[in-house]
Write a protein that binds this ligand. Structure first.
Ligand code: FAD
Length: 364
């Protein structure tokens, strides 16, 4: 198995925040036999890395990295649907384009989401009214303890909003090697989401994809030009009572009632209302058009993003008494850490330096 062990393997080009960090060992398993040769991970600090577009390395050193390299796409046609199996290392957007070219429809609303296919089930990626789970049939998952590949059907994956069993009960117990999709032949454009509702009802999947690409490109900075990890915070979900209080004070607050009675709020709106859209401090900041996206102008350090994120969290909490938490994964030399535990990684003290922080300094 390809493996590098030079004490200083740079991961700067393997994370979309462009943070300077390196690991002492990195493994690239591409077969079951290679997975079975991995060291005993129960005794090591490690991180499974896809394309690093939902990952923030918070220190100059990273743990042992495992970057699965399972590739290939297979299509099986059945009476009324297609079954498509895809290797974890395939690129998500390229898969979306490939499916459309082959006449397999469903993923078009998820075009242009960065990252690998193997990471898609982990947080059940979603956009424009569609979630990964909507077309998932099963996930092939290598279990470290038994050294075997298990097949988890969609129900077993416990998909929820930006969540799955891979972030919960199976966290760090294995890795995804392959994903299987089921695309019904009968297809109808999903145009419910704002921005897609301008399209005619009989739009083709290609037209939907082009509109999604247009909308995303106009709203989100390209990480290759302005490093970022997409939405940094999750949209918070509050109780109905809590929302009733908030809406009295903020009648225009965007809200998305959930089936269980709770209400999802727009984290980007909360950040914007807290006065932080376009906010910039040293080498990092809040994107000037999309407050949910934190950007790295010219910092090498994940710690700078952490400081900014903590500041935002506090400002939003002060104004709305709503606690927003990151969607992005925080990786230290010891492996993944909870955002709330990163008290040692906070070089800029935003808590006491409000006055010296330049505001509205947007010259990007
Ligand atoms: C500009 C931009 C826009 C974005 N827009 C969206 C969006 O609209 N919707 C959305 O949901 N997300 C969005 N994201 C987030 C990101 O694209 C997704 O989270 C994506 O799935 C990350 O893929 P990755 O391969 O880069 O994952 P990484 O960042 O490498 O890893 C993410 C998580 O998955 C785990 N993981 C990766 N590969 C495997 C594997 N094979 N087996 C087990 N675990 C694995 C990692 O350990 C980690 O916990 C956006 C990001 C950016 C930069």
């Amino acid at each position: 198995m390809a493996m590098h062990s030079n004490q200083n393997y740079s991961l700067q080009s393997s994370n979309s925040f462009n943070i300077k960090t390196s690991c002492s060992r990195i493994y690239f398993p591409s077969s079951l036999a290679e997975l079975q040769q991995l060291p005993d991970l129960m005794t090591e600090n490690f991180y499974i890395l896809g394309e690093g577009s939902n990952t923030l390395f918070v220190e100059a050193k990273a743990p042992i990295i495992i970057q699965p390299k399972f590739s290939g796409i297979d299509i099986l046609e059945q009476n009324d649907h297609f079954i498509v199996t895809v290797g974890a290392a395939e690129n998500w957007h390229e898969l979306v384009c490939f499916c459309l070219e082959k006449g397999l429809y469903g993923l078009e609303n998820l075009a242009l989401i960065p990252g690998s296919v193997g990471a898609a089930p982990v947080q059940n990626i979603g956009a424009y009214g569609v979630d990964f789970a909507d077309y998932c049939l099963d996930v092939h998952w290598f279990e470290f303890a038994s050294k075997t590949i298990k097949v988890l059907n969609k129900e077993a994956c416990h998909f929820a909003y930006r969540d799955s069993i891979f972030k919960q009960a199976l966290y760090n117990k294995g890795l995804i090697t392959q994903v299987t999709f089921r695309f019904p032949k009968q297809w109808q454009a999903n145009l419910v989401y704002a921005g897609l509702d301008v399209l005619p009802k009989d739009s083709t999947a290609k037209q939907v994809m082009m509109q999604v690409i247009k909308l995303r490109s106009s709203k989100l900075p390209d990480p290759k030009i302005l490093p970022n990890a997409g939405s940094f915070f999750k949209n918070p979900v509050v109780s109905a009572e809590n929302f009733a209080q908030l809406t009295k004070q903020y009648p225009n607050m965007p809200n998305y009632p959930q089936k269980n009675g709770e209400v999802k709020l727009a984290a980007g709106w909360l950040i914007e209302q807290a006065g932080l859209k376009g906010y910039r401090y040293q080498g990092v900041g809040v994107h000037q058009h999309q407050a949910l996206v934190l950007v790295n102008y010219d910092s090498d350090r994940g710690a700078d993003i952490i400081s900014l994120a903590k500041y935002i969290q506090r400002k939003v909490s002060d104004k709305f008494a709503v606690f927003i938490t990151p969607e992005v994964r925080m990786i230290s030399e010891q492996g993944e850490r909870a955002f709330s535990s990163l008290t040692d990684i906070n070089p800029i003290d935003f808590n006491t330096n409000d006055d010296v922080v330049p505001k509205g300094n947007n010259n990007d």
